[in-house]
Write a protein that binds this ligand. Sequence first.
Ligand code: PGA
Length: 276
Amino acid sequence: MHRQPIVIANWKMHTSLAEATTLVQRYVRLAEAAEDVEVVVLPPTIWLPSLVEAYHRRPRNLRFGIQNVFPKLEGAFTGETGLEMIRGLADYVLVGHSERRTLFHEDGPFINQKLRAVLAAGLTPILCVGELTPVMLKSRSRGRPTVLERESDLRRQVETALDQVHERDAERLIVAYEPLWAVGTDNNVPGPAVSAIVEILRDLIADHLGRPTAGRVRMVYGGNVNEATIGEYLLQPSIDGVLVGRAALDIRLFEPIVMAAADRNRHAVQHTGHGG
Ligand code: PGA
């Protein structure tokens, strides 16, 4: 099955409004040059309305999302952003990022609530999973989990996140494999290892949502993706794209990533005759 390649830019708590506006302008040119790749930008939520207004005429493959949301439409939740508030502004919502899980203590049931609320609002969740338990990390050799530990962490996260999620809602789900020990560090998981983990994740998703739906879910990798590491992920047919943090803030670092995804797609299309 051909799934459209996707590159997701997580800007985290970076950029001024002026910087964000300039950066999106560069993303527009990039998206025009890579029209088969879906480029999703997750700016700080406070800049979103200005960016959407400034770029309401943008290429169809350049999409906006947000890094976090509260799982209610509106209400007495001081400091939070409700799903109703982002209607018409964002199509994608990051759910379960390792920084939210660890720094803000978001647990599995809360992430499940968010995932279901995002789907119910008609938006596309980008669910991040990956081994992260800090206590366990300390006891692991060189901070890296064993295969068994990794599988049990992932199984628990996927099972909890997908609890009561229905097959018919879940086709547009995107799952990002993002282990804590790679995100924001100089470590990255080798491409073949990510491919094996993606297969495990797809099986876990199939257990909950059935094979056909699991086959449509797009799977991406995140954690120290840059110009030097992108190639090894794109070599793996099971990996549909990447989630980029640091390298997304500098167009000179981001452009080679998006263009590499476009090249891979062109080759895949020539090979199979299916477009993205
Ligand atoms: P990084 O961040 O690319 O800076 O490692 C990835 C992420 O947080 O999603």
